[in-house]
Design a binder for this molecule. Sequence first.
Ligand SMILES: [Zn+2]
Length: 305
Amino acid sequence: MYKWPFVQYIGVTSTSKSFCIAHTVLLRERQTDFTWALEHLKGMLEDSIEPRVVVTDRDSALMNACKQVFSNATRNLSRWHIRENIKKKWKGIYDSEAREDFALLWTVLCESPTFDDYEYNCVKLQEMLCNIGKEKVWDYIHHSWLDRDKEKIVSCWMADRLNFGETTTNRVENQHANLKRHLNGANNALHALAAYALEVIEAQKVSIGATFEQSRIKLKKDHNIQVFYMLHYKVLIKVLMLLEKEYGKLEKMTESGHTCRHQLRTSMGLPCACEPEQHLNKGVPIPLKSIDPFWRKLDFDPVVA
Ligand SMILES: [Zn+2]
């Protein structure tokens, strides 16, 4: 059986190291159908690794199936899908400027780093929509999404649980579109469909392999510092970029007396801004084991449990 030893989250979404595997072709989309597909998917993953983050749209059959099959995973909602749903409520004259304003404020709201920011950003979005007579759109956003599911959508809540920075299913949508480009209309023989799907998967494998390779051999000048010494060539390049950005916050934190709420640790499995004091001050390298295994897997080999 084809094994994917490095997939740790699915759906629906991915970082550079997971395949598009959740767009299962199903004739019906009942919970039992989704469960069937996800159980098979689970069987294709290494025993020692299960997806830890799942992002979906708000299809309750799919969400329930994910909960049943991957009960330990963090389950979030795709912001892209939500925005598409909101757009459908946007009736009347098409005003591109207003839509752009909305898109920006919606993004800022979703990315609110603190609860205070969230409250402030809600007011800004509400004001913007009310000013152009779209109160009903705000009511819809507020009651249908934020009231019900803000913990699965907005950064300040999501940061308390692992999410690996994934907030949409766009990557999977892209791969789905890729597959569709191969297809010749709706009627394809099963063996042809399987061959196309394999082709798309292999292309992803090549691209993922390239990110592994780059991380194993490349080092940015800015990352060639003592504190990162034990991480060089052993973690995805993205990790060093995230840590560099995070540690840029240290000075501000010290000035303001605030903490980072350990969000990088809880949401990404990486040392947060307040962890490295000893590393930065004393020049002690960050140990590899403080990096979540997700970021350390730079090959396609089976995981040793
Ligand atoms: Zn912290």
